[in-house]
Structure formats: C-alpha cells, structure tokens
Design a protein around this ligand. Structure first.
Ligand code: ATP
Ligand code: MG
Length: 578
C-alpha cells in the first residue's frame, strides 16, 4: 500500500490518559482510537495486526481439532438463570432490555450459550467429544478499565468449550488446548509462563493462566527456581510452618495501651510477629437488598490474607466482599478497631487460617480497647467456623512443593484454560446416554484467549523509546520502503521497482511516498514498528539502498537486489512465528 493513499494518522504527543507503552504506542501509531473509556476502535494498521493475531489463534485451534462457530454477543437472561449466574455475576455484566422489557446481557463469556447449543444436538456418547470455538466480542463493565486494550470494556476473546464423556476425556481436551496455547503465544513472539490459577468454587488443580511476563502486568506470579512450581498469587498454596512444640500456658488479658497495629503490640510486649494473630474484618453483601453479614478472618501476624482464598472458603462471589466499616461492625459483632481477636466476637463468621491451629501461646486482640490476650490457643480458647488456608504466599516464603524461597514476577494474563467439569451441564441438563442407555452429565472445559489483550502484550514486550517493534508474524506490514525525494524520478522508479518485487514475492509492503521530510518518514517507520525498513535515496542512481531492521539493526548500504533478497528470506523464515 502506498502511504500517500493510506488512512494513517500518527500522533507526536502522548495521549493524556495513556500510562504504559502498549497504550501509548498503539494510540500514537494510529493503530487504535478511543471512543469512550475502555472502548476502542481499530484503524487500518491496527486491524491488520488484530487479524494476524486472530489468524494465529484460528490456525492453532483448527490444528488442535476445534471447530469455529460464531455466536451472538446478545444473550437472553433465561440461559443465565438456568445456570444460576444471572444473579451471581455482579456489576461487570452489561444488562439490557428489549422493547418488551425482556432481559438480556451483552455476553461477558459464553458458557451458557455453548452449553445450550450442544444440548440441542448431542445426546449420545457416540457424539462426544466436541470442541467448538469462536473469536468474538465480549463486554464487561470493568470497575477500572485501563491500559488501553489490556483492560477494556469491549474486547475480543477467542473462547472455546470442550465436551467430553468423562474426566479422562476432559483431561485430554485440557492438555490439548494447553499445548495449542503454547503454540499461539510462541508464534506471537511472547515471553510467557503458564501458571497454576485459581479455579474458584470448583477448586482442585483445574486451571492454568498464561501470563506474558511484564513489569506492568496486573497478575502476580510466584515461582520456584528449584522446582517447577509456578502459580498466581491468588492460587499459590502455602505449606504451614511447623510450630515449635510448647506447653499451653494460661490465657491472660494484658493492658496494651495505644497498640493498634501488630507491629505496635509485638514491640510493646516484646514478641516476634509470628507469635501474634492478625484480624481482618469484612462485610459480605451480594446485593443491596440483602442484609450485610460480617466475617472476621484471622492469620498469623506476619502473614497477609489472600482474598481469593477467602471468597472461595466462604463460597461467595468476589464482588460481594468488602472491608468492613468498623463503626457498623463493632456494635453488631463486638469487634473493636485495632483490638479485635477471636475471643469475644459474636454474630459473625470466624474464619481461621490453618497455620493458627497448631500455633501455641499466641497474642491476639481482646475485643476491648487497649487490651490484648496472650497465651491464646486454638481449640482451648477459640475455634473457627471455617478453618482453611487463607494466606498469601509472598516472595521469600517457602515453596509449597520443595520448601526453597519463592520468587515473584508480574505478568499480563493473556489466556486461561479451565476445567469446568459439570458446573454448567448439570444445571442446564446437558446429558448423554452411555452404552447402557444410562444418562450422565457432559464433562466440560473452557478456554479463553484475550486476542486484543494479546496484541497489547506483544507491544509491551516489543518496543523501544521510538515505538513498536512488531515480530514479523503479527506486523501489519513486513517492509516499509521510504522514498526520500518523491520528485526524483530515479529514486521513484527504484522504489516502485522494489515495491513490486517484494509484493510479487508475497510480502506486505508500505511504500512511503508521502510528501514529507525524510526525518518524519523515519520517525513514523520506527513508531509503526515495521520489521524491515529500506530507504531509497540519493544512491538509488547507483542501485544502492539503505537496509535496516527495526529490531536493533545497523543501517547497511547494499544493492536494491540484495535488500529484496534479504527481506524476502527474513519474512519467509519468520512469518509463521519463530
Ligand atoms: P482478569 O482477571 O484480567 O479480569 P479474567 O480472568 O476475568 O481476566 P477470563 O474470564 O479468564 O478473564 O477471560 C479470558 C481472557 O480474556 C483473559 O485471559 C484475558 O486475556 C481476556 N480478558 C478478560 N478481561 C478482559 C478485559 N477487560 N479486556 C481485555 N481482555 C480481557
Ligand atoms: Mg482468567
């Protein structure tokens, strides 16, 4: 394509609300344009790259035996009522009504729709397994849309769903998708890590997230260099420290004036923080119409509470949990800000971390101003309504598998694979008959790739101060030819010749024939991130051009013929991913 005819508008300035490289450069290079917070449109070059990412996903899905369909974004409430998620989904779901007041949502995901499709046709074990996918627009009214395509309110996801007769089949489908995801992200040129992920109330080890490693990522990953443990912070298990054997001493209430924090009270009493119990107070309310319920969570003083583990233990949706207002919770439950402990509470759910069960002679708030208990022991002095691992694994804590200190990294979640088992097939009546005519619920898995988020993650990992550095596999064009002087017939003829030659070889080429200064053209070529730049200037008369790779290459003066050869070889070697 000739740049003079392109709808191409780059920006010199950094747009106001763009904080991270992918957001800044995708806007500045004119790949995307914001319509409203969290909603973006794709301009010609952006759309080309988006299509390339989609095509990689499509090819790998097809290769793995999944079949493409396309479902509507608009979904009737009835399907979600069947699965029980209409009430449970919360404020991220975009709900709309038709002219007859019938309720719909703009799909945040499609488990219900795919389950419904498959139950219309599948009734026998002979028809299984099934694996269907789509590449489609999703809607989530995110609380904090940010970082451009990374967390938007309208985005493109590849989602697919597998349907098997049993868990063995599901396991096969799951790992088949897992490997397909590795191929997708390899071909996109991402540095990533599959990590064990939370699978919510379903529990078990049934999910992995694929995280593109990146400092600006929102996903905290804990991993071990000694063994292959790698998990999101939300999921990472914690092996309880073995508490030293101790005689239980008598419980004693002590005066601890003004010691509202763990640090203060431990200093005041001369205790290490691991001998104290920390209280965290929460309110639970899934709907404004519901009464507020209170939860007091207790962990060792030097630990943090993991709210994902907490909501799983309580079996509530994440959005229903908030920090409690102590002014309201105090009179209702007996808690006292800064001095709350497990003894003296009433009318609230007490959830105790497993580590506290064997910890002896602990210090905890006495539910009375300026007072703590010492020598508090689980079983004898207090009990939990729920006892579960609710603590956060942090950098330096022992690896839950091998005990070595764990490391931390940040990542962008670009995809997730998930074993659903019969979570949707059971309530929605998707069953099959086995060889003996007995009915069983179909065993399902679901798998998502954030296509638009992946595009942003690629930029996040592939840029410099001047702009994007696209891997060849997803570059909107492979080569940009900068024609220095558009009025010079020799230069023009040489540039056009090269342009044609490269296109005939199947390469995608921009000929920058705009009436702009060379400096502007060079800047734009860098900003757009086209992998190969060929400058046709003064030496065109001698058949010489400048050849430069966007990824750290020096400028080389070579013959136009050699430049063409090199570009063709490079693109052919890398167009399907390295
Ligand atoms: P997150 O934890 O980042 O909100 P999620 O776990 O809710 O994401 P899934 O339901 O697993 O997301 O969706 C599958 C994929 O869709 C994710 O792995 C991610 O790549 C992408 N995705 C999810 N939410 C968004 C969003 N708001 N904007 C862009 N992509 C998204
Ligand atoms: Mg996810």
């Amino acid at each position: 394509m000739k740049a003079s005819q392109m709808y191409l508008y780059t920006l010199r300035e950094v747009p106001a609300d763009a904080e991270i490289a992918s957001h800044i450069f995708l806007l500045r290079a004119g790949f995307i344009r914001k319509l409203v917070s969290g909603v973006y449109g794709f301009m010609p070059l952006g759309l080309r790259t988006l299509h390339k990412v989609e095509q990689i996903v499509r090819e790998e899905m097809d290769k793995a035996g999944a079949q493409e369909i396309q479902m509507s974004a608009l979904q009737p409430a009835e399907l979600w009522q069947e699965s029980g998620r209409w009430a449970a989904y919360g404020p991220e779901m975009w709900r709309v009504k038709d002219r007859n007041q019938r309720e719909f949502c703009l799909g945040p995901t499609h488990e219900e729709v795919f389950t419904d499709i498959v139950r219309q046709n599948v009734s026998s074990y002979r028809q299984l397994p099934v694996n269907l996918y789509q590449i489609q627009t999703k809607y989530r009214d995110e609380a904090r849309p940010r970082f451009g395509l990374i967390r938007s309110r309208e985005f493109i996801m590849k989602d697919n769903y597998s349907f098997d007769r049993d868990e063995e089949g599901l396991d096969k489908s799951y790992w088949n998708m897992f490997h397909a995801y590795e191929n997708v992200f390899d071909r996109c040129g991402l540095t990533y890590r599959p990590v064990e992920a939370d699978s919510g109330a379903i529990g078990g080890n049934g999910s992995h997230e694929f995280c593109a490693l990146c400092d600006v990522g929102e996903e905290e990953i804990l991993y071990c260099e000694e063994c292959d443990m790698a998990a999101t912070a939300e999921k990472a298990e914690f092996k309880d420290a073995v508490a030293p054997a101790e005689e239980e001493k008598p419980l004693e209430k002590v005066h601890t004036p003004g010691t509202k924090t763990i640090e203060d009270v431990c200093k005041f009493l001369g205790l290490p923080q691991e001998k104290s119990i920390k209280a965290l107070l929460f309110a639970v309310q899934a709907d404004v119409k519901d009464p507020v319920k209170y939860v007091a969570a207790f962990v060792r003083g030097d630990r943090q509470v993991n709210t994902t583990k907490l909501v799983n233990a309580l079996d509530i949706p994440e959005y229903a949990l908030t920090m409690a207002d102590e002014g309201a919770m105090g009179p209702a439950t007996g808690c006292v800000g800064g001095f709350t402990g497990p003894v003296g509470l009433h009318d609230c759910t007490i959830i105790v971390d497993t580590e506290l069960v064997n910890a002896k002679n602990m210090c905890a708030g006495a539910c009375e101003y300026d007072h703590h208990y010492i020598n508090m022991n689980y079983g004898r002095d207090f009990k939990g309504d729920i006892v579960k691992d609710i603590k956060l694994l942090q950098e330096g804590d022992p690896c839950p598998v091998c005990g070595k200190p764990v490391k931390k990294a940040m990542g962008i979640e670009v995809g997730q694979v998930f074993k659903l088992f019969t979570k949707y097939s059971e309530p929605m009546g998707l069953t099959f008959k086995d060889e003996n005519q007995e009915d069983h619920p179909v065993v399902m898995g679901c798998y998502g790739i954030g296509v638009t988020r992946t595009m942003a993650a690629i930029v996040e990992q592939n840029h410099d101060d001047n702009g994007i550095i696209w891997p060849v596999s997803v570059a909107p064009y492979h080569v940009i030819i900068d024609l220095v002087n558009i009025k010079d017939e020799t230069q023009k003829a040489a540039a056009e010749d090269l342009y044609e030659k490269l296109q005939n070889a199947g390469l995608e080429v921009i000929l920058d024939d705009r009436d702009e200064r060379p400096g502007v053209k060079f800047k734009d070529a860098d900003l757009l991130g086209i992998p190969v730049r060929i400058v046709v200037g003064k030496k065109a008369a001698d058949g010489i051009v400048e050849y430069k790779l966007r990824r750290g290459g020096d400028v080389e003066e070579i013959s136009a013929a050699e430049a063409a050869e090199r570009a063709i070889a490079l693109v052919n070697a890398e167009r399907y991913g390295k």
